[in-house]
Write a new protein. Structure first.
Length: 298
């Protein structure tokens, strides 16, 4: 496995009253495409290292950042600070920092990184801060926030698949409980991290001591967003080119969540990979190939 390159620059970006930790892994410049990768739960930006090492850094401007509440970024003081609109604010702050005026970026998200970027894609046509700034989107193991609820409202013979997905989503309901999830993470973060790493084929040291704080903070992502009513005016119907990478052995997300996406995305490509949830690490070569095809094709 290639060694992860040291970031070219590390900086702090202000988003509202929070500071975000941002890394640029290759320089910006004329002719270089900017690719921004956003991690999920309970990771931080170094989860992208295996993939970054396989990307064409000689011709791409590759950017990662710690989402709010994770790694070197600040954590909001209140649950409302984890709402997806605040996460989109963070993306805008990063784009403003790393892009020249008028230049677009290719977005890549995994897990909750993907979930929040779907909201950015949905808002792109109406939000002056984003209009024309998203060249493409690659979603890995993270559906639009409203996708499951939308399918439940219109099951059309999907009852078995939806029941299976709901069973896979048990942890989402668990995370809604007060106090108990925090205590589980604080008392068992080492065991949970090690057990998950082994089950997913990750290096046993994938999560370090920072897992405890990252996991506890990130619980608010679920509590602030999962049970909210749809945001007024936010409707996913996009012409942004979208690549969805779906791991067939994902323990958290099933194939039913892909259904109907073609009605919401005019330019959609779906690729399946025989892998688990952290496909960006375990099958980094495959994901890098798909990503290069998608980005260079747009």
């Amino acid at each position: 496995m290639p060694d992860a390159p040291a970031p070219l620059t590390a900086s702090t970006v202000r988003s509202g009253d929070l500071r975000l930790s941002v890394r640029e892994h290759s320089p910006a410049g004329t002719g270089r495409k900017t690719v921004v990768l956003v991690h999920g739960y309970p990771d931080r930006q170094d989860t992208w290292d295996a993939l970054v090492a396989r990307l064409p850094l000689d011709r791409w401007h590759v950017v990662t950042y710690d989402v709010r509440g994770a790694g070197g970024s600040d954590a909001p003081a209140h649950r409302s600070g984890y709402r997806t609109e605040r996460l989109v604010d963070d993306l805008v702050a990063v784009l403003d920092h790393v892009l020249a005026p008028g230049e677009p970026a290719h977005l890549v998200g995994h897990d909750w990184g993907s979930v929040q970027l779907w909201d950015a894609v949905a808002a792109e046509a109406a939000d002056d801060r984003l209009r024309g700034r998203i060249a493409s989107f690659t979603s890995v193991s993270g559906p639009p926030l409203d996708q499951l609820a939308r399918l439940v409202r219109h099951p059309h013979g999907r009852a078995l698949g939806l029941a299976r997905q709901l069973a896979h989503s048990w942890y989402v309901l668990f995370f809604q409980l007060p106090v108990v999830p925090e205590q589980a993470w604080r008392r068992g973060w080492r065991q949970i991290g090690l057990r998950t790493a082994r089950a997913e084929g990750l290096p046993e040291d994938h999560w370090g001591p920072g897992l405890e704080a990252d996991a506890v903070h990130g619980l608010e992502l679920y509590r602030a967003n999962v049970q909210r009513p749809p945001r007024p005016g936010l409707r996913l119907h996009t012409g942004v080119p979208v690549l969805v990478v779906h791991p067939l052995r994902d323990r958290f997300l099933t194939g039913v969540l892909l259904e109907g996406l073609d009605e919401r995305c005019r330019d959609l490509r779906v690729e399946t990979v025989d892998a688990g949830h952290w496909v960006t690490i375990t099958h980094a070569d495959t994901v890098a190939r798909l990503l290069v095809e998608h980005v260079d094709g747009h």
